[in-house]
Design a protein around this ligand. Sequence first.
Ligand code: LLP
Length: 377
Amino acid sequence: LVEETWDAYSKAFAPVPHRICYAVKANGNGAILRLLAERGAGADIVSGGELLAALRAGFPPERIVFAGVGKTDEELVLGLEKGIGEFNAESEDEIVRLGAAAEARGRQARVSLRVNPDIDPGTHPYISTGLREAKFGVPIARAGDILRRARQRPGIRVVGAQCHLGSQIMDLAPLGDAARALADLSRKLLDVGFDLETFDLGGGLGVDYEGGTTASPSALAEVVLPAIEGLPLTLVLEPGRSLVAGAGVMLTRVLYVKENEGRRFVIVDAGMNDLLRPALYQAHHRVEPVAPRGGPAVVADVVGPVCETGDFLARGREIERPEPGDLLAVRDTGAYGFAMSSRYNLRPRAAEVMLEGGGMRLIRRRETFEDLVRTEV
Ligand code: LLP
């Protein structure tokens, strides 16, 4: 499925020069990274750790873009020394620091400025990022001034503008609006002599967690391509979720079934430390029996063993009545699943298995107690 979606992206954007930079944060397992690197993807990274993981998986540095409001000096220097394609700078201070670091090393940092077009993507507030009051980027109206000053710095080479509206975007119209706003800015910059190369619209294409049809890369292309018509720039996209969410399933075993004051609980062996999305965003993930018995359905909360009421995978969900020992599949966990997992309650993290070409292989072993205490001194 990851490969199919990758191909759909490549095909949809084939009419224009483009680079698809997979957002490593969605799922940073090296096996997924290698699969995409081999197909020609670039990588969108947000930390030194993701940079090293992307290089290790074989992404060429020039295909890596580095986002993030809080890049440390160490991370800026690492990106410079590895020769990454673009720093998506998020403040003027960052440009100053990056410029100084580059100059001191006799290098030039390639910089794209992240702007906030102040467009509401209509998604969960925690993952809306392009609004005026968000911590990300700079207001689009100030971009011209900031870039004029950036251009004076010998350590900086301004290559473009970037924006990212937010994640899990289902209505694509705001992405079209953002593309038009960014295209206006890019045209103005080209007009005043900026030698731009890229036009980076970020990620954000959503998936249908209810299992219906999901907005496709070709639908995205339909709103984006008209907005950038005639711009002599390489389109950069940073999809994460849409490439990997649907390809992942979390398996969990039923431990107990109980009823408290009329509320039925199915207690399973995976919790909020394994899949945080329901607890953090009230996100919906389908939960299905792996081997349906065809028995009666009940309404239940599917909850984990963690010591918090927020530790649920599904609430008030109609589900075939499970028995202890049954395996359940929690769907669409390929993005922001393992990536956001933790060891809370000293629970070792899960193993990961990749299904490919009819076979399967272990791509991360289950953690042990020794793994949990390894870094303690
Ligand atoms: N580019 C930038 C600058 C980003 O901040 C993000 C995601 C992406 C690209 C990729 O967006 P995507 O295509 O995956 O929507 N943990 C949340 C999602 C957080 C997204 C953060 N930024 C969740 O589980 O829903």
